[in-house]
Design a protein. Structure first.
Length: 328
């Protein structure tokens, strides 16, 4: 019988859990609200509700649990350190708590690392030796994957590429406290903020964004809706966003020269048609003469990247039955 892993994807507002097989197929999944603003126990109970619901859907025994969570975290000890999206947990031993409750071997990983691993094993990067993965959404997460393995760095905190400073004189500070981080410039909230600033300066009364704002701050969704309708102001906002991404990815190419760059996340999915523009910018923002040979591709898993990534922490390169018998 093929092993089945229970993948758990923890976010600031929801916990998703689902069964993942060795081919990277998500066989079933559930979602429950995440109680992130209360006690550590309340947050853990949210995770347990998702796990219990997902296990009830399983026709096969679950052999292991993989968990994808926002960082910073310590993947070796499975401890959530201090995550802005999960204020209920500070130095919370999530791995130990899950193993004690369910008696199953468990692995915990940064959500971007897990998603990047899924893309490397089963997704857009399956035929490549090295990939750089970026997820663009409410925040910016990145992963460096070499030969289907996550590069963790010395302590497990490597590859926080979303918090590389792009403009040290930027007036906006990132949630991490640094000025001019990539996340503060191209994440979903950052795009919305740029839209509001453009709208305040624009004299284009016919812009679809003006009616969408209706006296309030503009949303990222409204910007992309206006973009799809050919709105010139929305186009300018997204052009600026992709130009910043080109600068940053040019630096990534100079530093890592991966075989492939994969773009995921909710905002990343909306930028799929703009990937050629970003890649074209490499000619200006990298000194690597082979930069044009590096594909820039959309991710396979989309909104389910966390679940697939949680499963990828165990499959297909682990003999789970052996791990269980050895009591890892």
């Amino acid at each position: 019988m093929a092993p089945t892993v229970l993948g758990v994807d923890i976010g600031g507002t929801k916990v998703a859990a689902g069964l993942v097989n060795e081919s990277g197929e998500i066989l079933s999944h559930v979602r429950v609200p995440m109680v992130a603003e209360q006690t550590a126990a309340d947050g853990f109970n949210s995770v347990c509700r998702a796990i219990d619901s997902a296990m009830q859907l399983s026709a096969e025994p679950v052999r292991a649990i993989g968990v994808s969570s926002p960082g910073p975290l310590d993947p070796r000890r499975g401890v959530i350190l201090k995550t802005p999206n999960l204020p209920c947990w500070r130095n919370f031993p999530l791995l130990d708590q899950i193993e004690q409750k369910y008696g199953l071997p468990t692995r915990v990983e940064n959500d971007a690392n897990a998603a990047g691993l899924a893309e490397a094993i089963w997704g857009a990067g399956a035929s490549h030796h090295s990939i750089f993965y970026v997820t663009i959404g409410t925040g910016i997460g990145t992963a460096i994957i070499q030969d289907k393995r996550i590069f963790h760095g010395r302590t497990g905190a490597a590859a926080e590429g979303g918090h590389m400073t792009i403009d040290l004189h930027a007036p906006v500070r990132c949630g991490c406290g640094k000025p001019g981080c990539l996340e503060s410039m191209v994440s979903g909230p950052a795009i919305a903020q740029r839209g509001s600033e453009h709208l305040a300066r624009s004299s284009d009364i016919a812009s679809a964004l003006r009616s969408a704002a209706n006296g309030n701050s503009i949303t990222t969704h409204a910007i992309f809706e206006a973009l799809d309708g050919g709105d010139s102001l929305a186009t300018r906002i997204i052009q600026e966003t992709t130009d910043i991404l080109a600068v940053w990815l040019g630096n990534i190419v100079d530093l890592l020269e991966p075989d492939l760059i994969v773009v995921g996340g909710g905002v990343g999915a909306r930028l799929t048609g703009w990937l050629p523009r970003i890649a074209a910018g490499f000619s200006r923002w990298t000194i690597n003469p082979h930069a044009h040979e590096i594909p820039l591709l959309p991710a396979r898993y989309g909104a389910n990247s966390g679940l697939a990534g949680a499963g990828a922490l165990w499959l297909p390169n682990a003999d789970i039955s052996q791990v269980v018998s050895q009591g890892e």
